[in-house]
Ligand binder design. Structure first.
Ligand SMILES: NC(=O)c1ccc[n+]([C@@H]2O[C@H](COP(=O)([O-])OP(=O)(O)OC[C@H]3O[C@@H](n4cnc5c(N)ncnc54)[C@H](OP(=O)(O)O)[C@@H]3O)[C@@H](O)[C@H]2O)c1
Length: 267
């Protein structure tokens, strides 16, 4: 099945994208709407989601629902599922994309790190658990979990973030195998540095190398779905780096990463 056929097969079911108000999530929404997918957009910024929904509906004649939610709240996913049920929406493709990263562990606000675990880990697990059974029942479906090249290595000065993304990779690889026979595909999408708001407010020196675009990242995910690949590292350089770190001692990888991510003293 090529990408277009894959998209058409899903048209009776919606694609739910978390973190659709900017960056990679917004790019998913734009690319999938252009292919004719009906969407459900989730993030906190209701206004941005409404504007995007109106634009995509006008431009591509697709159905787009908006479900504003703060995924750092423990009952947020229950609220989303209740909305889907009330609106009679079935989800055929789930893109667990919302996420954010943070700084030095000992000084970073504890509540913010808790939120990071909720958004990056708890929300994808609970949403997946809620939406997967109906995919299995229908014998088709797809789940894209957005990890990172940080999924493959410890990341000093972004310790919690790196750990959440390692979780995403392990969870996705295991789940892919569990549901393979049921016609449901699972992809761990692992971008490296990508041109989004992600690094806003962070020291640019923390993100070396040339950034990829959100559209390139989305194309990598769709290729992986088409080819039945479980782990999709975006970009050749990121692929080489992620695999190099797999074959190096973990302490050495951590030390090199610490040099890259250590905050520069403020001037
Ligand atoms: N950019 C990179 O270099 C890079 C590299 C590797 C992996 N990633 C991963 O890619 C994913 C998307 O990030 P991005 O680069 O596109 O960054 P972004 O432009 O900052 O987008 C993050 C998205 O997550 C949503 N979000 C954040 N906190 C949320 C919350 N509490 N509840 C609901 N939604 C929330 C934001 O929406 P609201 O603010 O409207 O809620 C926004 O739509 C993340 O999982 C990130 O870890 C990014």
């Amino acid at each position: 099945m090529n990408i277009v056929q894959y998209s058409r097969a899903m048209t009776t079911d919606r694609t739910l994208i978390t973190g659709a108000s900017s960056g990679i999530g917004e790019a998913f929404a734009r690319v999938l709407a252009a292919r004719g997918d009906d969407l459900v957009l989730v993030a906190r910024s209701a206004g941005k989601l409404e504007a995007l929904a109106a634009e995509l509906t006008a431009r591509h004649n697709v159905r787009v629902d908006v479900v504003p939610a703060d995924l750092s709240l423990p009952d947020a996913t229950d609220g989303i599922v209740a909305e889907l049920t009330a609106r009679g929406i079935a989800i055929g493709t789930l893109v667990n994309n919302a996420g954010f990263g943070n700084g030095e562990f000992a000084t970073l606000d504890a509540a913010r790190q808790r939120d990071e675990v909720f958004v990056n880990v708890v929300a994808p697990v609970v949403l997946t658990r809620a939406l997967l059974p109906s995919m299995i029942e229908r014998g088709r479906g797809a789940i894209v979990n957005v990890g990172s090249t940080a999924s493959f290595q410890p990341v000093p000065y972004m310790a919690t973030y790196g750990a959440t993304k390692a979780f995403v990779l392990s969870f996705s690889e295991a789940l892919a195998e569990e549901v393979r026979a049921h016609g449901v595909r699972v992809v761990a999408l692992c971008p490296g540095q990508t041109e989004t708001a992600f690094f806003t407010g962070m020291d640019e020196a923390r993100s070396p190398g040339r950034a990829r675009t959100s559209e390139q990242v989305v194309a990598t995910a769709l290729r992986a779905l088409e080819r039945g690949r479980v782990v999709a590292i975006d970009g050749f350089a990121n692929y080489v780096l992620a695999n190099a770190s797999r074959f190096s001692p973990r302490w050495l990888v951590a030390r090199i990463a610490a040099r890259m991510f250590r905050p520069t003293p403020s001037r």
